[in-house]
Design a protein. Structure first.
Length: 283
């Protein structure tokens, strides 16, 4: 019979209002990092647009070929019957469009909550569809003020930004093969069952990499979080973002912005307790 690992840090109850402000501050930091990531990733995603050059045989006129041409082959040929350049990858173009759209959307929403920034003056001269990086950098600069201006709103802007950035970040990172913070685990939390505002049965367990974590150095899972913190080091955590998730103290000893978290040395123990996502129904 397996036993739970000894808790690394005793979890203490946190005032709800204080916890809410901490979570908003964490979301603001995450939003800034995500905006900077998209700006840095834009040229690399753009470089994946072209899938290659046409093969030599397609340079010849095929209009009078003895065989019947397929519709797709006819579409690829211009009026002279010569194949046009190889089309760009549609999935890449879709990601580029998503990045441009979300960049402009966020900036315009920020100028709405910050009326002192007149759009005709502050918005970048070039359209976001041409180059969203100036829009993303402007959003990064305006984020602290927009966050402060909407902290008391029913939907603070950092939560609105998170909902719109998350799918774009996930798609871009997958396209580039990047391991990003916030990656979801293929399993349900055994204590809350994947409870979200939509229902139960959703993946709420995510990996979080602290901003100061040096991913180029190997991590020793046998080193406790206390020893790592004492040495000034950070480590990745698995965090459950489920609503009202409150594991017993002997099953979870860490707290991350009010949510239960598990250090690396507890991951194997935790993985054996995750419920499969398949077959779970909303309730």
């Amino acid at each position: 019979m397996s036993t739970a690992p000894a808790p690394a840090v005793v979890r203490r109850p946190v005032d709800a209002s204080i916890d809410y402000q901490r979570r908003l501050a964490a979301k603001a930091r995450d939003a800034r990092r995500d905006l900077e990531y998209l700006a840095a990733a834009w040229p690399y995603v753009g470089a994946l647009r072209e899938r290659g050059t046409p093969r030599r045989w397609v340079q010849h006129d095929q209009r009078r070929a003895s065989r019947m041409l397929r519709v797709r082959e006819i579409e690829r040929r211009g009026l002279r019957g010569v194949a046009r350049p190889t089309p760009a990858d549609v999935s890449v173009l879709d990601v580029l469009s998503q990045i441009a759209s979300v960049a402009e959307w966020i900036v315009r929403e920020m100028t709405h909550v910050l009326p002192q920034y007149r759009p005709e003056i502050w918005l970048p001269a070039r359209a976001a569809s041409a180059d969203p990086r100036p829009w993303l950098r402007l959003a990064t600069r305006l984020l602290p003020q927009a966050d402060a201006a909407t902290r008391s709103d029913d939907e603070p802007i950092v939560m609105w930004i998170e909902a719109r950035l998350h799918p774009v970040i996930t798609t871009a990172a997958r396209l580039l093969g990047d391991a990003r913070d916030g990656q979801e685990l293929a399993g349900l939390c055994p204590w809350c069952g994947g409870r979200t505002s939509k229902g139960v049965g959703y993946p709420t367990m995510r990996i979080h990499y602290p901003a100061e974590l040096d991913l180029t150095q190997p991590l020793d899972p046998d080193v406790s979080p206390i020893e790592r913190l004492a040495a000034g080091q950070a480590e990745p955590l698995i965090v459950c973002h489920g609503l009202l998730c409150d594991p017993p103290r002997d099953a979870c000893g860490l707290d991350w912005h009010g949510q239960p978290a598990w250090a690396m040395r507890e991951w194997d123990w935790l993985a054996k307790r995750l419920h499969p996502v398949a077959g779970r129904a909303d309730r």
